[in-house]
Write a protein that binds this ligand. Structure first.
Ligand code: TYC
Length: 118
């Protein structure tokens, strides 16, 4: 994926000199990158009940009723809203959980994860 920077080692061996069996270590300027973070974004639609969205945000994103209601209203008004920020795998799991719960309840609620721009 284009957004992932490879974690190059900060020290890399270069070709051994002939004869003496020694290896010269070269220090590189490249530093190890911290893991990139992903925001889970919920999208508005015209059919999913507000109450269902609030419950989903509480259940899967650990928000209390007040915070979940604020996020739901933001999504309703702006078209989208961030429910939480996680490592890539956790964010993908949250998306799956939300989509699964919505599908089972017969609602068209959509949810995506996207890299947080630094
Ligand atoms: N717009 C929906 C309604 O009026 C409520 C809603 C909010 C749906 C947030 C999806 O992610 C959503 N019933």
């Amino acid at each position: 994926m284009a957004t992932i920077k490879p974690n190059k080692p900060s020290i890399t061996p270069i070709a051994p000199r002939e004869g003496d069996g020694s290896v010269v270590m070269e220090r590189l300027t490249q530093k190890v990158q911290p893991p990139s973070m992903y925001q889970v974004v919920m999208l508005n639609d015209d059919y999913t009940p507000m109450e269902f969205v609030v419950v989903v945000i509480q259940e899967f994103f650990g928000k209390d009723l007040e915070a979940a209601t604020q996020i739901m209203l933001k999504i309703h008004l702006d078209g989208r809203g961030v429910c939480g920020v996680y490592s890539r795998d956790i964010a993908a799991t949250k998306v799956d959980q939300v989509m699964d719960a919505a599908h089972k309840a017969g609602h068209p609620l959509q949810c995506v994860s996207e890299p947080v721009d630094l």
